[in-house]
Design a protein around this ligand. Structure first.
Ligand SMILES: Nc1ncnc2c1ncn2[C@@H]1O[C@H](COP(=O)(O)OP(=O)(O)O)[C@@H](O)[C@H]1O
Ligand SMILES: [Mg+2]
Length: 243
């Protein structure tokens, strides 16, 4: 098991009101597997993905956390802040519904930015040539060779998401976490993005966890689970009907 989450609890506090979102969510993901997590809007999909990637933590009492996320058997909660930073930067790639590209950087610079963060300025400068070649290779593979110097404002939604995928993969993570990666795209463009994910996954042996509210999109995965009432369950009948 590459990634295993057990009994995750997460409650947001809005003023005095508690909003319980995850209530004992568990999920296990084998290395190389593509898992689709299907859930309605507000069901806690993004919350779950943030916990799986170590961007946020589960609830905790004074003595122990409410749930554990393990990557290669190692609990994220037990990593030092420095190790957790490295984990997020090197082991995990994130793709978001609204791309989150930096508007002041061009396509190539956006893709290279996680490499710079992970290596520090000096380390980055030392291997800049090789990293640029890798970034250009990824972007070419994603059909964006002619867009390297463009800013994100000049790109279509599908192009922006493919830039975001290249950025997620520049540090060669084993795990790709995708949060409604086609949620802002028309069906045909979205299918192209899913196709890109499928191809890169096969080439790189990536493990993918993709959350979506769309059963048709989820069905692109090897296995679909549902998030309901704060828990993850095997997907009900009909969820693979559009495959
Ligand atoms: N930072 C936050 N503070 C308060 N409530 C939040 C926060 N993030 C999410 N929520 C609430 O938690 C619930 C689940 O959110 P989310 O995980 O984003 O759901 P999904 O991605 O499935 O739409 C929603 O009701 C949302 O409004
Ligand atoms: Mg969401």
């Amino acid at each position: 098991m590459l990634l295993a989450a057990e009994n995750l609890h997460k409650t947001y506090r809005l003023g005095r009101v508690n909003v319980p979102v995850l209530r004992g969510a568990s999920i296990g993901v084998e290395a190389g597997e593509w898992v689709g997590v299907l859930g309605s809007s507000g069901s806690g999909k993004s919350t779950l993905l943030h916990l799986l990637g170590g961007l946020d933590r589960p609830d905790a009492t004074r003595t122990r956390p409410a749930g554990v996320v393990r990557y290669q058997g190692r609990s994220l909660a037990e990593m030092s802040p420095r190790d957790l930073d490295r984990h997020r930067a090197l082991a995990v790639g994130f793709v978001f519904q609204f791309y989150h590209l930096l508007p002041e950087l061009n396509v190539l610079e956006n893709v290279l930015s996680p490499a710079m963060v992970a290596r520090g300025r000096l380390g980055y400068l030392r291997s800049r040539g090789e990293l640029r070649r890798q970034a250009e290779g990824l972007l070419t593979e994603l059909g964006l060779a002619h867009r390297l110097r463009h800013r994100s404002a000049e790109l279509s939604g599908g192009e922006r998401q493919r830039v975001a995928i290249a950025r997620a993969l520049i540090n060669r993570p084993r795990l790709l976490l995708a949060d409604e990666p086609t949620g802002n795209l028309d069906q045909m463009t979205g299918d192209g993005v899913l196709e890109s994910i499928a191809r890169l996954r096969a080439e790189r042996g990536l493990t993918v966890v993709m959350v979506t509210h769309d059963a048709r999109v989820a069905a692109r995965a090897d296995r679909v689970v549902s998030i309901r009432d704060g828990r993850v369950e095997a997907a009900g009948p009909g969820s693979e009907s559009a495959a």
